[in-house]
Design a protein around this ligand. Structure first.
Ligand SMILES: NC(=O)c1ccc[n+]([C@@H]2O[C@H](COP(=O)([O-])OP(=O)(O)OC[C@H]3O[C@@H](n4cnc5c(N)ncnc54)[C@H](OP(=O)(O)O)[C@@H]3O)[C@@H](O)[C@H]2O)c1
Length: 260
């Protein structure tokens, strides 16, 4: 299926690894020009090389912190200057700390709100005039399966991310028919599985590779760790005109975790 993204421009936030990078990779493979961003110069350069190799689209890699309003302004204006506009916005973010309700300090809530909610609000506000000028305007927010089904010991993700879920629903109504707004709900999609397992073993909570994998996949009917590329494919499809009758949707890429 041709997604007809040739020559379109996508801005993908927090995209030097994982789900943001996989989304940028899929969009470049389909012919879009992309801007990616992150805070670490070496990761940016590596991501730029890897994403560029995926397809014909050109890749602009910009050092920016999505919790910094000035950085976001620069990210959007530089994208428009270099690529000539923005047709697709894809928002990813860093992760928020794990923990339970009683473990969280007041600042943890404000930090999570800045990272997950305000970064989305600010980027979408800045990108909006350019998306509205496009005849293909889309927003895809990468959130989490936790917005639909709470995950143990992830109270910040379970609660604060729901604001983005609500925004996607509201904005889908408000910005239609010019701009479509959807979200994807990931669970257990891991780029470098060996490194992730090493980290889990080093934390001391597991005594074998099998025990780690069993714990990660216990709630997933598909019984596997997912490839971030599958989420990238979903983002590319939701950004393309092939889904021009879909807005306000929250699409799981979660191995079947969400039951409801
Ligand atoms: N992977 C999953 O299965 C899964 C499941 C549920 C939810 N999620 C959520 O989806 C999002 C992406 O997950 P992931 O697996 O792709 O994570 P990841 O591999 O850790 O990637 C995070 C990316 O965001 C960048 N980043 C982090 N904080 C940033 C900031 N303040 N400003 C700019 N860039 C920033 C990181 O680069 P720098 O650190 O160099 O800036 C990196 O490129 C996270 O919010 C995560 O909690 C993921």
């Amino acid at each position: 299926m041709d997604l007809d993204l040739d020559g379109n421009t996508a801005l993908v936030t927090a995209s030097t690894s994982g789900l943001g990078k996989a989304s940028a990779t899929a969009l470049v493979r389909e012919g879009a020009n992309v801007t990616v961003c992150g805070r670490t110069p070496e990761r940016l350069e590596r991501a730029r090389e890897q994403i560029s190799a995926a397809g014909p689209g050109s890749v602009l890699a910009l050092e920016a912190d999505i919790t910094d309003a000035d950085d976001l302004e620069w990210l959007v204006s530089t994208t428009v200057e270099e690529h000539g506009g923005i047709d697709h916005l894809v928002t990813s973010a860093g992760g928020v700390p794990p923990g339970s309700f009683l473990e969280m300090a007041e600042d943890d809530w404000y930090d999570a709100f800045e990272l997950l909610v305000m970064s989305f609000v600010r980027t979408a506000t800045l990108a909006h005039p350019h998306l509205a000028d496009s005849d293909a305007g889309t927003i895809v927010a990468i959130t989490s399966a936790s917005v639909s089904e709470p995950i143990d010991n992830l109270v910040l993700s379970n609660s604060v991310r729901r604001a983005v879920h609500g925004l996607v629903k509201s904005m889908a109504l408000e910005l239609a028919p010019e701009i479509r707004v959807n979200s994807v709900l990931p669970s257990v999609l891991i780029e470098d599985i060996d490194a992730a397992i090493e980290d889990a073993l080093a934390d001391g909570d597991f005594d074998s590779r099998e025990a780690v994998l069993d714990a990660w996949t216990a709630d997933l009917p598909l019984e596997q760790v997912g490839d971030p590329a599958r989420l990238g494919d979903m983002v590319a499809v939701l950004s393309s005109d092939r889904t021009n009758h879909t807005t306000g949707a929250a699409v799981p890429v979660d191995g079947g975790r969400i039951r409801g």
